[in-house]
Design a protein around this ligand. Structure first.
Ligand SMILES: [Zn+2]
Length: 219
């Protein structure tokens, strides 16, 4: 939950509000609870982006929603004894667990998709909720390419590893001196027909080696 609201934890509760027949409030869970910071704003933001990646490009694709920015995480215990999925939208955190208390029938769980089940149980509802809730942005984190070799923020010549998130006051840039990568360029000229014999002679492709500079890291 703190990943979706800037690192602030709110006590989980089931009953949110109780009113009487005149809609007079009798009880409201959040009356006295203001929340407590448990992780930094930056860490919460980065975690949320990583959990978003799970739904966009990872194991949680089947849970993707149309209207809401869904972040999530799948889980599997050893030998498919349990499978689970936790999903986070701007409004809710919810999760499903699927399994057998005695651990039998792991094949059934192997064939099941916890993101798909989550979507059927919670997702479609979460997707239909109208609210003005939004995930907080974080100015202290910048998005930058990371070095495939060291995992640190890319400098010049670093091999491209992917998209990374970095605290602006602690960027931890790669300091390694990478050699220029060498790539092989091959070309296949058309076979040559001999004017004397009329036979066609295949030409061995020429192979040349060239040093190319690595891609510049994204700003
Ligand atoms: Zn590097």
């Amino acid at each position: 939950m703190p990943f979706g609201n800037g690192g602030v934890w709110h006590k989980a509760h089931i009953v949110r509000r109780i009113g009487d027949s005149f809609s007079e409030r009798v009880y409201l869970e959040n009356d006295s609870w203001k929340g407590e910071r448990v992780i930094s704003e930056e860490t919460a933001f980065i975690m949320r982006k990583m959990l978003r990646e799970v739904v966009e490009n990872g194991t949680g694709k089947k849970a993707a929603l149309q209207n809401k920015e869904l972040c999530g995480k799948t889980g599997t215990t050893e030998n498919y004894r349990d499978i689970l999925f936790a999903g986070l939208t701007e409004d809710y955190v919810s999760s499903v667990w699927i399994g057998y208390d005695n651990g039998i029938n792991s094949q059934a769980l192997k064939d099941a998709s916890s993101p798909e089940i989550w979507k059927n149980v919670f997702g479609n509802y979460a997707d239909s909720v109208e609210s003005d809730a939004s995930f907080p942005e974080c100015e202290n984190v910048k998005i930058s390419a990371y070095c495939a070799e060291t995992g640190k923020q890319s400098a010049k010549r670093c091999p491209w590893g992917g998209r990374g998130y970095y605290k602006t006051d602690h960027p931890d840039t790669c300091k390694k001196t990478h050699p220029l990568p060498v790539i092989k360029v091959s070309s296949s000229p058309a076979p040559v027909t001999s004017e004397v014999t009329g036979t066609t002679v295949p030409v061995t492709p020429a192979v040349t080696e060239a040093a190319v500079p690595a891609a510049e890291p994204a700003a």
